[in-house]
Ligand binder design. Structure first.
Ligand SMILES: [Zn+2]
Length: 240
């Protein structure tokens, strides 16, 4: 998959399962759909199409994403039943996929969480503070468990996202995230909170990217740094 023309950084841990996982970089350009000028929108749509074409060249037949709304809806997809091409849904922040295909979440400071089981199910979750507070990762893991997947066998990666030193939230958000009361703004590490949630749901194997979208703003888009651009994190399984 290093043959992908779209500039990206590989996310480690999935190659032994025959999967490819990566996040696009700033130099790839924005993948944001919605909210931009018509020209920017058209460029972003062209990037999605180009990336889908590159993936199809590696036997990944389709690429699924959604308009994200910072809630906890997780959609389930049957890869073998989907036609090739791009599939765009509305109002979901997580996806499960059984069989071949790729999932993408759109990110710029929020955490892209990728999950995979050795026997074939993958998931992608977008988790900002609302998603963390609402428990979307637990929703996704429990849906995988309900589909017969043992959480202890899952591999999880927490991709590039804003780090704990860069992410300060107000007292209300801090309490919703941690249960702790405070009277002043506090720093929180969303990836650390997600790792704890995953552990509580039974996940035993995980890794995290070292990058912070804001500290490493030369490489990634960061909402808090003022960027309107968005990168995407992708997990892909080729057809057998
Ligand atoms: Zn940082």
């Amino acid at each position: 998959m290093t043959s992908l023309a779209t500039p990206h950084v590989a996310l480690e841990g999935f190659a032994p399962l025959g999967l490819t996982a990566f996040i696009t970089t700033r130099v790839a350009g924005t993948f944001a759909l919605g909210g931009g000028t018509p020209d920017v929108e058209a460029e972003a749509a062209a990037r999605w199409s180009a990336l889908q074409g590159e993936l199809s060249g590696t036997a990944v037949p389709h690429l699924t994403s959604a308009r994200q709304v910072h809630e906890t809806t997780v959609l389930a997809h049957e890869g073998a039943a989907l036609p090739g091409g791009l599939h765009r849904h509305d109002g979901a922040d997580g996806h499960l996929l059984r069989g071949p295909g790729a999932l993408a979440v759109t990110i710029a400071d929020c955490v892209p969480v990728l999950l995979a089981h050795p026997e074939g199910m993958v998931a992608a979750v977008h988790a900002g503070w609302r998603g963390v507070a609402g428990g979307i990762l637990g929703v996704a893991i429990h849906a995988m468990k309900a589909a017969g997947v043992a959480a202890a066998d899952l591999r999880m990666h927490l991709g590039p996202a804003i780090c704990g030193r860069c992410y300060e939230v107000g007292p209300d958000v801090y309490e919703r995230l941690t249960g702790w009361q405070t009277t002043r703004p506090r720093q929180v590490d969303l990836r650390a909170l997600l790792a704890e949630q995953a552990k509580a749901a039974g996940v035993r194997h995980w890794a995290a990217s070292p990058e912070c979208t804001r500290c490493d703003n030369a490489v990634f888009f960061s909402h808090r740094a003022g960027d309107t651009g968005r990168q995407i994190a992708v997990i892909a399984r080729p057809s057998a």
